[in-house]
Ligand binder design. Structure first.
Ligand code: ZN
Length: 284
């Protein structure tokens, strides 16, 4: 089973996690920029973190043969802090870098006017830099947050096929399914979404435009839940090709739109369907 985790915060994980992930089949991942628990007080804290996402973390991942890419953004929570808003001005410099395959995570936390402004500005950056956008839907008031996110995506004029709405559940998936946006699901040990619930959603909505991630952040989380979801799919009668589509080909297709994915593999056919989509084959 080859796995591409499309949303995982490795900064909050140990090096042992990288080792376990590699052994479980995780060969590539995207780490979106998010909050660091302790509130940041100045733009320099963000740029040091962004430099880590394009420098240190890819190195740490490479020691286990895992391809690390990232998404860069001012996260919704900190968009409310006036000390952090100038981060928006340094983003263009990062969005031009190799290894940056999306703008994210953006979206809503408390749905304030400040979050509206940062969300709109960053969708405009995604359009300008021809990058996909990773949109976090809020944990509180998720239905209203999802509605408002979809309205924002529409008004921004970004191709919905270049947007993923993440952290969806049984209540919000139907709102996104017909919009052309991608649907992201974070599988957690206790909250949000379990492998079994994910399999039920795949049965109902199909495999197209679905991304499954482990998120693996500061809360209790498990970076191997992508693999557990693959195993649950097989146990429920999905084929190995179905699992490969959800856990590998879908994230490659979504982030491949950045034209910056750099992947490696032993299977000579691995990337044949993406020839011409500038997905480069690299050594591991
Ligand atoms: Zn996240």
């Amino acid at each position: 089973m080859r796995i591409f985790d499309p949303h995982i915060h490795m900064t909050s994980r140990t090096t042992d996690d990288y080792e376990r992930m590699a052994a479980a089949g995780v060969a590539a991942l995207v780490e979106p920029a998010f909050w660091l628990g302790q509130p940041r007080t100045n733009v320099g804290s963000f740029t040091d973190y962004f430099d880590g996402l394009v420098g240190w973390e890819p190195f740490r991942a490479s020691q286990f043969g895992i391809r690390h890419h990232c998404a860069i953004a001012l996260n919704p929570k900190e968009a409310n802090d006036p000390r952090c808003r100038a981060v928006l001005e340094v983003l263009p410099r990062y969005l031009d870098k190799d290894g940056v395959v999306a703008v994210g995570e953006i979206g809503y936390d408390s749905m304030t006017a400040e979050e509206d402004a940062a969300f709109a500005a960053q969708l405009a950056l995604a359009v300008a830099h021809e990058l996909p956008a990773l949109v976090h839907t809020p944990h509180r008031d998720k239905v209203r947050g999802t509605e408002r996110s979809l309205a924002m995506v529409e008004s921004a004029g970004i191709d919905p096929g270049r947007v993923v709405l993440d952290h969806l559940n049984e209540v919000t998936v139907g709102m996104v399914a017909g919009t052309g946006c991608w649907m992201g699901f974070s599988i957690y040990p206790e909250t949000k979404m379990s492998p079994t619930r994910m399999v039920a959603i795949l049965r109902e909505y199909g495999l197209e435009r679905i991304l499954v991630n482990s998120a693996a952040d500061w809360g209790r989380s498990d970076p191997l839940l992508t693999r557990q979801t693959g195993k649950a799919m097989l146990a429920a009668g999905f084929s190995e090709d179905d699992v490969d589509r959800v856990l590998w080909r879908n994230p490659v297709e979504f982030y491949g739109q950045s034209k910056r994915l750099e992947l490696s593999g032993d299977d000579p056919d691995t990337f044949s369907t993406f020839e011409g989509n500038s997905i480069r084959r690299g050594g591991s």
